[in-house]
Ligand binder design. Structure first.
Ligand SMILES: [Zn+2]
Length: 252
């Protein structure tokens, strides 16, 4: 089932706002697998690398949607996994701040339903793929097993933001759309399990659920920071970069 929409290529909700407090990224991992800050790559424009012609009638900015082969493979896999999304044009906002091969996620497919995502902006395709797998195999299944209700929606505090790691001169992974901040989970039965209220203050089952989804995030993302890391992460999980396998990332 492929529901990917290529028609609406409008960059919406950059979510460049309201990411205060998040960004205490671990030095050794924050730049893994990504162009370093200040080394902005030129936009790809080599003939032959296009696999998708921009639809007619788009603005010049929208026509910058260029799909590199490696990005196309990721977009195809994301669509095959049942995610509903729009590919976004590459953007270069400032040195070290760019969105390359990113998507706007609308929903993620689960075993028996699909899940909404609140307040998310551009996310690099590989990170969106890890997020989709975590949502389906980590979060939804844990919700059903531990809390007795399927997941309905994940609330985030955004993804892309052109800024540095707090207290440093290094760019955050958010500046490359390679991180998502997750703040709460809405269940089908109406319950809302949030990091700020329920990591310590929730019921025994709710606390177990949050720790379980934190552990499962560590299997799928390169860097995961949560309430146990520092106070800046008391209200969200910072999920950064697609992981390179269990045990290879930073999980706190
Ligand atoms: Zn973050």
């Amino acid at each position: 089932m492929k529901r990917t929409r290529f028609s609406t290529l409008v960059m919406t909700g950059l979510a460049a706002l309201a990411l205060a407090g998040c960004g205490s990224i671990v030095p050794s991992s924050s730049d893994r697998g990504s162009p370093s800050a200040g080394a902005s790559r030129a936009p790809y424009s080599t003939p032959g690398t296009y696999i998708q012609r921009p639809p007619r009638g788009l603005s010049s900015a929208q026509q910058n949607v260029v799909t590199r082969p490696q990005d196309a493979a990721c977009l195809n896999a994301l669509g095959a996994a049942g995610a509903d999304f729009n590919p976004l044009p590459d953007t270069y906002a400032a040195p070290g701040c760019h969105t390359l091969g990113s998507v706007q996620l609308s929903s993620i497919a689960g075993d028996a339903s699909s899940f909404g995502i609140s307040n998310i902006g551009p996310v690099r395709c590989e990170v969106a793929t890890a997020f989709g797998q975590w949502t389906r195999f980590g979060v939804d299944r844990a919700a059903r097993q531990i809390l007795g209700s399927p997941l309905a929606r994940i609330e985030t505090m955004g993804s892309y933001a052109c800024r540095n790691v707090a207290g440093s001169n290094r760019r955050s992974a958010h500046a490359r759309a390679e991180a998502i901040d997750v703040s709460a989970f809405i269940l089908e039965d109406g319950r809302r399990i949030s990091l700020i209220d329920d990591w310590n203050g929730g019921s025994r089952a709710e606390r177990e659920f949050l720790r379980t989804v934190h552990r499962s995030a560590c299997k799928r993302f390169g860097t995961v920071l949560g309430p146990e890391y520092n106070r800046a992460h008391a209200d969200h999980f910072h999920l950064e970069s697609a992981g390179e396998g269990p045990g290879t990332g930073f999980c706190r």
